[in-house]
Design a protein around this ligand. Structure first.
Ligand code: UDX
Length: 441
């Protein structure tokens, strides 16, 4: 017990807060650091600043056991831990799509000067390939202990909404390092997972960085592939849902991430493929990733197509129409609205002159702040009142299970666009609805 490993987690956003709470749950002494005092105050009082099922319980429980601490002070974490995990964000910098590394750089710059004994620093953030090698040199140069401050890179693959599960039981652990000491520390950290048979791969720094961005690029490509098939299906008279099912039985293809609809959004897939392309450009291998431009374009076209279908349904012009949008989060079981396809569509329709009312079970507060031009309702039925058309854009269970009769009683016109292929067309049409979906007749 006295030998319990002490770990610091730098950055307590979605990734860091989840990582810190999970490591404490695994039995380690954990200190989370953030430069945002308000966030640290919230976490200290057991509150999670975003919606993530199960996380608040882990946080409260481990604050109670005393294994989990939070601070804003770099000297304090440097004194506390011999292993530091960098979990800060790497947002999109500008129109170029490149990643903004200011938070990872400042994490290293703030931590390094306090490292006076041998220390392992492990990056978990998603970074452009080549970043870790630069940071490793910077760390040694700035740390009083010099080369005994060592840096490895270990990307995470958390899905929002499943962050706790994906941290405690990841499908693989990847570590980029050539240092036996870094490997030993990180292997010890995940010993429970390794004992459960979870693969632990040690690579060089560059490969570890690439694993993360290429995994996200592959997932985005798979979604855009099926959405491209949806485009073809629409004009060819085929049904993309049946097509996807038939493809899924080939286990070389598999059925996951083959769900056609409005496409991908969120804080990861869109920004990561753009940053990956920007990095390939810098490395002079732009053609290797030019297909990702197409992946992005297909994804954007689904948003435009959803708007077109709705426009057709209401007779060609949004001006003066009442439109209901079900969903604001980029995916269900999340309150994250970053690059949300639902809000993008809602806001475009509003700019075309419609009166748009949005409802979402979790993301209303964030949507209100980011899109004051839209109207919001506190329930599905309130949002649907007097609608000329209803658009289902995020497939929350509440919408999947919606009762077409109940909704029919409040709308002006029984027209629905199912942007996520979440509803049963036969059931809805039987209740008198004009039902339209992406990739189907
Ligand atoms: C993703 C990766 O899954 C995760 O491994 C990585 O660490 C971070 O990025 P996340 O952004 O939480 O996770 O969302 P994810 O569940 O992957 O969904 C991404 C988007 O794709 C959502 O907008 C979702 O609606 C969309 N999607 C997903 C589809 O349109 N079709 C599908 O079949 C699957």
């Amino acid at each position: 017990e006295a030998e319990r490993m002490r770990v610091s987690v730098i950055g307590t956003g979605y990734l860091g807060a989840t990582t810190a709470a999970c490591l404490a749950e695994m039995g380690y002494e954990v200190m989370g650091l953030d430069v945002d005092e308000a966030k640290i105050d919230l976490l200290r009082s057991g509150k999670v600043p975003f919606y993530e099922p199960g996380l608040a319980d882990l946080l409260t429980e481990n604050l109670r056991t005393g294994r989990l601490h939070f601070t804003t002070d770099f000297p304090e974490v440097a004194a506390f831990a011999d292993l530091h995990l960098i979990c800060v964000g790497t947002p999109q910098r500008d129109e170029s799509g490149a990643a903004d590394l200011k938070y990872v750089n400042s994490a290293i710059d703030n931590l390094a000067p306090h490292l006076t004994r041998p220390t392992v620093v492990v990056g978990r953030s998603t970074v452009p390939v080549g970043t870790a090698a630069t940071l490793a040199a910077r760390l040694c140069a700035l740390a009083p202990v010099g080369e005994e401050a060592e840096l490895g890179w270990s990307p995470e693959f958390l899905r929002e909404g499943f962050g706790v599960e994906d941290t405690l039981r990841p499908n693989r652990i990847v570590l980029g390092t050539d240092s036996p000491r870094v490997e030993k520390a990180v292997r010890a950290l995940w010993q429970q997972q390794v004992d459960e048979g979870i693969p632990f791969l040690v690579t060089d720094l560059q490969t570890a960085e690439l694993v993360k961005v290429s995994a996200n690029a592959f997932l985005a490509t798979k979604i855009s592939f099926i959405n491209a098939m949806a485009e073809v299906s629409e004009v060819a008279g085929a049904d993309v849902i049946q097509l996807a099912e038939a493809l899924s039985y080939d286990d070389r293809i598999g059925g996951k991430f083959l769900g056609p609809g409005l496409g991908f959004g969120g804080g990861c897939l869109p920004k990561d493929i753009r940053a990956f392309m920007a990095r390939a450009d810098e490395l002079g291998v732009e053609p290797a990733l030019s297909f990702l431009r197409e992946v992005d374009a297909i994804n954007q076209r689904r948003r435009a197509r959803t708007i077109d279908i709705a426009r057709q349904l209401i007779g060609g012009n949004f001006a003066g129409c009442t439109v209901t949008v079900l969903g604001a989060a980029f995916k269900p079981n999340s309150d994250d609205i970053r690059d949300s396809p639902a809000l993008d569509v809602a806001s475009t329709i509003a700019s075309l002159g419609a009166h748009v009312t949005v409802y979402d079970p979790q993301a209303l507060e964030r949507a209100r702040e980011a899109h004051p031009e839209l109207n919001y309702a506190d329930s599905m039925l309130d949002a649907a009142r007097d609608a000329d058309v209803v658009l289902l854009l995020t497939e929350w269970a509440e919408f999947r299970e919606a009762n077409p009769e109940e909704l029919a009683a409040v709308v002006a016109q029984k027209r629905i666009v199912d942007g996520r292929n979440a509803l049963d067309p036969i059931y809805w049409r039987a209740s008198g609805w004009t039902y339209r979906a992406l990739g189907r007749q």
